[in-house]
Design a protein around this ligand. Structure first.
Ligand SMILES: CC(C)(COP(=O)(O)OP(=O)(O)OC[C@H]1O[C@@H](n2cnc3c(N)ncnc32)[C@H](O)[C@@H]1OP(=O)(O)O)[C@@H](O)C(=O)NCCC(=O)NCCS
Length: 186
């Protein structure tokens, strides 16, 4: 079944992503990272009311009783590209722009019991489709400050994200980005 995209919801034949309406569904969420659990359980609603981030959840279609498999918080972003990156990504005109618009994965967590089954990858694929369908504003890149640990950068690289630069190679997080135009072209 093709991807079906609405204003605050997107689905394919297996998964449904929709905006969280009632944050009580985050109560038992455990992705194995205390900061992320706490963000979704206690901070995400305030981020919404302050217009700082919107939280979405992923369900297995037809298995709502299983509960949410994953959560993501999203915010607007801009990135600066180096000259070689501009040459690589921005064809023809518009290389003079100082910054390029994007959507930032502010937080992402997959429930511990569903990790390593491709859930995070499917979530990202639906979000890539979401932000290349009927956008209200230009949105060229998907970005993330990935935990600089032994799994997050591998996960994002596997999902075709690149490191923005090497300046943050020893920091706690690293900026990574994905060119949504690649997704449109496939
Ligand atoms: C990182 C996270 C989102 C990945 O979600 P997931 O559903 O488990 O990921 P997928 O099953 O789609 O994995 C895709 C690929 O990413 C890589 N990957 C995922 N988890 C990994 C891990 N624990 N160690 C090493 N590589 C990993 C693998 O290459 C994997 O492919 P493979 O299983 O074929 O080898 C999830 O583990 C999570 O929520 N972790 C805790 C919170 C966190 O770290 N969030 C990211 C913050 S930036």
């Amino acid at each position: 079944m093709p991807v079906v995209c609405h204003r605050s919801r997107i689905s394919d034949d297996r998964f449904v992503v929709h905006k969280v309406k009632d944050f009580s569904i985050t109560t038992n969420f455990d992705c194995g990272d205390l900061d992320l659990n706490e963000f979704f359980q206690t901070d995400a609603a305030n981020y919404r009311s302050e217009l700082l981030a919107e939280t979405y959840t992923l369900y297995l279609k037809g298995y709502r009783k299983l509960g949410p498999l994953a959560f993501v918080a999203l915010a607007n972003d801009v990135i600066k590209l180096s000259k070689p990156q501009k040459r690589k990504f921005i064809h023809h005109q518009k290389r003079y722009l100082k910054e390029y618009p994007g959507v930032k994965i502010a937080r992402l967590g997959v429930d511990k019991q569903y990790q390593r089954f491709g859930v995070g990858t499917q979530f990202l694929n639906l979000l890539k489709a979401f932000f290349t369908t009927d956008n209200r504003t230009g949105c060229r890149f998907m970005t993330v400050d990935a935990y600089n640990d032994e799994k997050a950068p591998i996960f994002y690289e596997k999902n075709e994200f690149d490191f923005l630069h090497d300046k943050d190679a020893s920091d706690r997080t690293r900026i990574m980005f994905y060119d949504l135009k690649r997704f449109v072209a496939t």
